[in-house]
Design a protein around this ligand. Structure first.
Ligand code: AHR
Length: 489
């Protein structure tokens, strides 16, 4: 059989838009072992003075995370932020109903602020609009962002943080449409609450940027109508609407799974259309952006760990072990986020450590990179600049869910140093594709490939480097692979 061939056409003069660094965000929820024994483990041989694991901090820096969403997730809808500030010995132990766990509150806002500073990321804070409302959101903002001279800003200072945390990005609740969410609401109820909370928060600190909850997924029956109604109330008060999407391979249908980005693309297009429709109805010049603040591969129907029967601290939950196939899908989802960088201006890989994370840890033991670590790290490192308009010409294949889908999924980013980086995925599980690059930049500086002969290969505690990038030949996209090709003029 003749080798398959695809071409990618681009021209640095034609750009989709500039990549906002917030596109390479991640997510830390009080869930399972993401915080406790994940990034925070006093007593671990590598722990620093704040109880943070320096081995994990180093991996997070290598991953290139720019933004960290916190503290949930489902967790936030039952959370009292006051529990997590002040002397640790006086903090209450609580039940976390969202994840049926004990929350010790050893790690809270101050610890989180020190953590993000150490990894060089920006914080993105979620307020509880499930069991709480406008007042508690404003209290948290006052505690976090006011310099001093008021009860809560002085309380922060008394807790040892002289300077305000200056948190700019805020999520107005989490997945408020979902019946699993404590205090879930109708679109009318949530739209009014989001608008009221946003207006009050802006009175306190006009510099904040606010995210309204969109649907918790595009498959939920109220999808798109939820966005329309919420924005009808909140259009003028918020800056972003959120999107959440998780993908997994169902019944061995790898072709559909590898095409998950088609679903993500349709989702983004539908939300953009809905935002712009409401913008036209309310006669606004303003544009609402998308904060894709939860996305990943997640084997929801194949739980990695059972639901805890007892109330325990930091149970092993959602500890998915990712294959090389999963990493290729994650890469493809990153390509889609980049291709929509004109409207998707923030995004968070959910989550960061242990819980459906690119980094895994063992309590008292080592930390290692999952397969999904690599596409994210490379996209964050080389996906800076302007995303170019591209035309991919090549073979297609039939999927059960999305019809005909291109075998090669690719994008090109014009980097700040004058080079161009091409990210490309080969969705063919058996055959390589020869990729010709049709643009003014032709000299390949480097080609990194993530692949494996076994599409189920994973990295584990015992074999942490089974799957890692290797050098490619600059033209061949091996079967089922993620590729980063760097070019100069
Ligand atoms: O990321 C895991 C969970 O997925 C989050 O807590 C929730 O927001 C979503 O449903």
């Amino acid at each position: 059989m003749a080798e398959a061939h695809a071409s990618l056409r681009f021209d640095p003069s034609f750009a989709v838009g500039d990549v906002n660094p917030h596109l390479f965000g991640s997510f830390v929820e009080h869930l399972g072992r993401c915080v406790y024994t994940g990034l925070y483990e006093p007593g671990h041989p590598t722990a620093d003075e704040d109880g943070l694991r320096t081995d994990v901090l180093a991996l997070i820096r290598e991953l290139g995370v720019t933004l960290v969403r916190y503290p949930g997730g489902n967790f936030v809808s039952g959370y009292r932020w006051e529990d997590g500030v002040g002397p640790v010995s006086e903090r209450p132990r609580r039940t976390d109903m969202a994840w049926h766990s004990i929350e010790t509150n050893e790690f809270g806002l101050g610890e989180f602020a020190r953590f993000v500073a150490k990894v060089g990321a920006e914080p993105m804070m979620a307020v509880n609009l499930g069991t709480r409302g406008v007042q508690e959101a404003c209290d948290l903002l006052e505690y976090s962002n006011l310099t001093g001279g008021t009860a809560l800003s002085e309380l922060r200072r008394a807790h040892g943080a002289k300077d305000p945390y200056q948190i700019k990005l805020w999520c107005l609740g989490n997945e408020m449409d979902g019946p699993w969410q404590i205090g879930y609401k109708t679109a009318e109820e949530y739209g009014r609450l989001a608008a009221q909370t946003a207006r009050a928060m802006r009175l306190l600190d006009p510099s904040v940027r606010l995210v309204a909850c969109g649907s918790s997924g595009s498959g939920i029956p109220t999808f798109a109508e939820w966005e329309r109604v919420v924005l009808k109330h909140a259009y003028d008060s918020v800056d972003y609407i959120s999107c959440h999407a998780y993908y997994e391979e169902h019944d061995g249908d790898v072709g559909t799974f590898l095409a998950s980005a088609v679903d993500m693309e349709r989702y983004i297009q539908a939300v953009v259309a809905t935002c712009d429709h409401v913008g036209a109805v309310v006669r606004s010049q303003k544009r609402i952006d998308i904060s894709f603040d939860e996305w990943n591969v997640w084997y929801m129907n194949r739980p990695a760990n059972p639901w805890p029967s007892d109330w325990v601290v930091a149970p092993r939950l959602l500890e998915d072990v990712y294959t090389v196939t999963d990493a290729v899908v994650v890469g493809s989802l990153l390509i889609t986020l980049l291709q929509h960088c004109d409207r998707v201006t923030a995004a968070c890989l959910a989550q960061l450590v242990n819980v459906i994370g690119p980094i895994m840890t063992e309590p008292g033991g080592p930390a290692w990179r999952q397969t999904t670590f690599y596409p994210f790290a490379q996209a964050s490192r080389f996906g800076r600049g302007s995303v170019l308009r591209t035309l991919v010409d090549g073979p297609t294949y039939e999927t059960s869910k999305f019809g005909d889908v291109p075998v090669v999924h690719a994008t090109a980013v014009s980097n700040e140093d004058g080079g161009v980086t091409v990210f490309a995925v080969n969705r063919d599980t058996e055959n390589p594709v020869r990729l010709s690059l049709d643009g003014p930049m032709r000299t390949v500086v480097s080609h990194s490939v993530l692949r494996d002969d076994d599409r189920h290969a994973v990295n584990t505690l015992d074999n942490p480097d089974r799957v890692k990038p290797s050098a490619g030949d600059g033209v061949t996209l091996p079967p089922l692979s993620w590729n980063t090709i760097r070019l100069t003029a």
